[in-house]
Ligand binder design. Structure first.
Ligand SMILES: Nc1ncnc2c1ncn2[C@@H]1O[C@H](COP(=O)(O)OP(=O)(O)O)[C@@H](O)[C@H]1O
Length: 194
């Protein structure tokens, strides 16, 4: 895969098809993804491409998202009740079709970026964290961002799950099963073996 060519194609698509605010967010997530990949010794180009494309389907019509989610049979009932979560899997299918991207690390990262998934690959963990702590996210201050970036990748993910949980609880909502299961699997890896 020619990374530069793919980045230019996705960038051109985003500039034409999504709002300016969402485009700026996509660039910031791409930059943060690449930084996290560097810090955790993962592939920076793969992370950048995934971050850039993660929200490619965020502004698709709800009717289209609903129509396409039926292709996926891995999501929980709770997830399926929330069309605002569908843009991950639908976006992954879209980049495969539109840009012939077959790299599974990229597709998995786009697919699971909003709620995560148990045992997802490192690149997917990177995008999950980057989407929450990118520089355009005003609810994260510099100190908290730096504290998260100083941790191992799994502990970054655990921090983001905890922050999302607090946020959702404050709004009267809760984490979907995918995120809860990811939390449990990470706790087993990080703490049970001690
Ligand atoms: N793990 C989760 N469980 C349940 N709902 C979630 C979870 N993560 C995000 N949400 C909700 O899904 C919606 C979309 O989230 P997201 O795509 O991260 O928003 P944004 O447009 O800010 O990128 C938000 O309303 C958010 O509260």
């Amino acid at each position: 895969m020619d990374y530069t060519e793919v980045i230019v194609k996705i960038d051109n698509y985003l500039k034409k098809n999504i709002s300016e605010g969402r485009y700026l967010h996509s660039i910031k997530v791409a930059e943060m993804s690449s930084l996290i990949a560097k810090l955790t010794r993962n592939d920076m180009d793969i992370a950048y491409i995934s971050g850039l494309a993660h929200d490619i389907a965020r502004e698709f019509k709800v009717r289209d998202l609903k129509e396409q989610i039926s292709k996926f049979n891995i999501f929980s009932e709770e997830f399926l009740k929330m069309p605002q979560l569908y843009h991950g899997p639908v976006g992954a299918a879209f980049v495969k079709e539109e840009f012939s991207i077959i790299n599974s690390d990229i597709l998995e990262a786009i697919m699971f970026h909003t709620v995560g998934f148990p045992n997802m690959c490192n690149n997917a963990k990177i995008i999950y964290v980057a989407d929450y702590i990118s520089l355009d996210r005003t609810h994260i201050d510099k100190g908290l961002r730096e504290a998260i970036l100083n941790k191992s990748l799994d502990k970054m993910v655990l921090d983001v799950i905890n922050l999302s949980k607090d946020f959702l609880i404050s709004k009267g909502n809760s984490l979907v099963k995918e995120t809860e299961d990811m939390y449990k699997s990470l706790m087993e890896i990080n703490f049970e073996k001690k």
